[in-house]
Design a protein around this ligand. Structure first.
Ligand SMILES: [Zn+2]
Length: 108
């Protein structure tokens, strides 16, 4: 497998910090830091294929998002933001995905 230097690359929420030892199958692995500050080791293939975009917090967030979509109340703010994002997407006012949109909406 050709060696591709991923250092400094961003994949979703992950920033590639450096290479770590290969898997037993000889796949390159990379140490990444997630936006939530969790460090995780990901294979180059997983990074490049877009399968892995966070330490797993992203998936957790999406699960929360899915579970709040039909519910009322619990995370009202997120739901409102989600509705607004859906609206914006519908009217082509934004090309951001929901998580990026959420980041921008977050009060500083
Ligand atoms: Zn994370």
């Amino acid at each position: 497998m050709p060696f591709i230097d991923m250092t400094g690359k961003k994949c979703g929420r992950l920033l590639v910090i450096g290479r770590v030892e290969n898997t037993r199958k000889g796949q390159a692995r990379w140490l990444c830091r997630c936006q939530c500050n969790v460090e995780t080791i990901v294979t180059g293939y997983a990074l490049r294929s877009g399968n892995t975009k966070s330490c797993s917090c992203l998936r957790n967030d999406l699960t929360v998002e899915r579970s709040t979509r039909h519910g009322h109340g619990r995370r009202k703010k997120a739901t409102q933001t989600y509705q607004r994002w859906k609206n914006f997407r519908h009217r082509k006012k934004t090309t951001l995905d929901f998580l990026e949109f959420l980041e921008k909406e977050k009060p500083q």
